[in-house]
Design a binder for this molecule. Structure first.
Ligand code: NA7
Length: 540
């Protein structure tokens, strides 16, 4: 082992979190190395380059807030930026702050082992090379470990296919979003499926959508940002960030404090209509305060959205297939769409209900359902992720006494603040399970996570401390608290990635994976812990 591959901190992942963690620790004088699987920065926005990909956060609220130069120099063109623009933005930040010099690309961390004697981590990359650091920060992303269905015959398919999170590069044809003349199949109708379906429907000769459960989608209402708006957003950037940080999900949208049940039907419908016509997540996170906690209130918005779907889809039978029957609005992630429902009014788009006619196998020419075979030229898997813990589960992580993290979390994660778990000292899980950042307008909460970790590492340096991990009690209490908070909401009533459910990971225990107490409460708790000398942690 030479000193050249020994660092103060190793960060796994060069997405939004990893890039900022590198920046903050480096500013504090630490020697930092980032290992990134991909060949560029951006994480989610590097990998998810499928047609139609964009975020559902207002662009200027998704941006980094920590540099006035970035805010002044970068101009967002659309209210909800498409993936290429966000990727360009993150590359712009990487260039501006010379982040790449400390990032090693094409380098997947395969193994991480805690060395108790030296209180440091050794990581091993796919190519067998190793590096060491006192601190190991996971910035691997909550939705990065994609899943492919275990449908029989998948490998026999002779056409072209991909998962949306690994869209192949190409300058022409379907790889460049031109599906003309092609028969396309899409499996999956989550937020990703919705985006890719509405896009492919514009050019495909035939688009066949294979749907298990429909989702409660609502309009994105995207549009260009005018010069006047841009000028305002730049001038008032900090106010806008502060406004976000004060809300439950760190979006611009704050819940209406009234109950959906206490207002008149006219008032209720008026708010629903207004939110449905407005950009972004207002229909979910700016709605009456009890739509996510009261089944009766939730039923009202659920009925409203169902009416909208039935109005927008011409064929009543197809409309019924698109109206979810097994969960209420907002209990799963709400996909925001642009003419998604209208694309089912086109002759070239066909919706297959896999509950009635399940896929039996993939065959060389397409998809064989129980009633019929659908031949396709291109088959797209929009089948989701091993969410929140997936990327960590794919690394062989061993803590004190060689305990494997996969064993410790076999029945689901247990954490303190979603940042650490006992037995794995000096390892921090940004945007990890039970962490407030994972149910959030992510960059807003990433900044909180990163700054908290950087402050803590600085504190340990100042106090000459070498090791930190939570007490068992703090971890148990937080894990119970996370579950209790979730039980106060309607989230546990639906199967979703929030609950760790994806049919392609049947071994994963069904439990709420996020922190549902809201961004301000999460930040207050983290700040309080820090203010009390990291109460709940054992520091040595
Ligand atoms: P999601 O939301 O997990 O959606 C995955 C979709 O794929 C969903 O419709 C699934 O149906 C479907 N699916 C998964 N496996 C299969 C199989 N084997 N057969 C048929 N259909 C299947 O992932 P997304 O990528 O859309 O979104 C993830 C997040 O990324 C999103 O919330 C944004 O925050 C960004 P099911 O739901 O099980 O009925």
């Amino acid at each position: 082992m030479t000193s050249t591959n020994t660092y103060d901190a190793i960060v796994m992942g060069a997405g939004i979190a990893g890039m900022y963690q590198l920046y903050t620790l480096r500013e504090q004088g630490f020697k930092v190395k980032v290992f990134e699987t991909g060949d560029g920065v951006g994480g989610t926005w590097h990998w998810n380059n499928y047609p139609g990909c964009r975020f559902d956060s207002e662009s200027y609220t998704y941006a980094y807030s920590w540099s006035k130069d970035i805010i002044d120099e970068w101009t967002w063109t659309e209210r909800f930026a498409p993936q290429p623009e966000t990727k360009r933005y993150l590359n712009f930040v990487a260039d501006k702050f010379e982040l790449r010099k400390d990032i090693q690309f094409n380098s997947r961390v395969a193994k991480a082992t805690y060395d108790e004697a030296n209180t440091e981590w050794e990581v091993e990359l796919d190519d067998g090379s190793t590096a060491r650091a006192k601190f190991l920060v996971s910035a691997t992303g909550p939705l990065s470990a994609f899943t492919l269905p275990g449908i029989p015959g998948r490998d026999t398919y002779a056409g072209e296919s991909c998962h949306t999170a690994r869209w192949p590069q190409g300058d022409t044809g379907w790889k460049a979003n031109d599906f003309s003349g092609l028969r396309v199949g899409v499996i999956g109708t989550g937020a990703t499926g919705v985006q890719v379906i509405q896009e492919i429907s514009k050019t495909a000769k035939e688009l066949t959508v294979f749907q298990l459960a429909p989702n409660w989608c609502a309009p994105l209402n995207n549009g260009p940002i005018s010069e006047e708006e841009t000028a305002y957003n730049k001038e008032h950037a900090q106010e806008l960030f502060d406004q976000c940080n004060a809300t439950f999900g760190a979006f611009l949208h704050a819940f209406d404090e009234r109950s959906a049940l206490e207002v008149s039907e006219e008032e209720r419908e008026a708010l629903f209509e207004k939110l449905y016509a407005e950009p972004g997540f207002g229909i979910w996170l700016g709605n009456f305060s009890d739509i996510m906690t009261s089944p009766e209130a939730n039923q009202l918005i659920t009925d409203f959205i169902a009416r909208k779907i039935r109005q927008r889809v011409d064929n009543p039978d197809v409309a019924e297939l698109l109206v979810p029957k097994d969960h209420g609005f907002g209990t799963r992630r709400v996909p925001l769409e642009t003419k998604y429902f209208e694309c089912y009014n086109q002759d070239n788009v066909h919706l297959i209900d896999l509950n009635k006619t399940p896929i039996e196998e993939i065959v060389p020419t397409g998809v064989k359902c129980s009633d019929k075979q659908y031949d396709v030229d291109v088959l797209i898997y929009a089948t989701g992720f091993d969410a929140v813990t997936g990327a960590l589960r794919r690394i062989d992580i061993a803590g004190i006494g060689g305990e494997k993290m996969t064993d410790k979390w076999a029945d689901g994660p247990s954490t303190y603040l979603g940042m650490q778990t006992t037995g794995f000292p000096n390892l921090f899980t940004l945007v990890g399970p039970h962490n407030g950042a994972t149910f959030c307008n992510i960059p807003r909460c990433i900044e909180q996570n990163v700054e908290w970790v950087s402050d803590l590492i600085g504190y340990m340096r100042d106090k000459n401390l070498n090791e930190i991990q939570p007490t068992q009690k703090a971890e148990d209490d937080w894990t119970v608290h996370v579950d209790e908070l979730a039980q106060q909401t309607l989230f546990p009533t639906a199967d979703s990635w929030f609950m760790g459910v994806n049919i392609n990971n049947p071994e994963k225990k069904r439990m709420f994976m996020l922190y549902s107490g809201g961004a301000p409460n999460y930040k207050a708790k983290c700040d309080d812990v820090a203010a009390h000398d990291y109460d709940g942690f054992v520091l040595k």
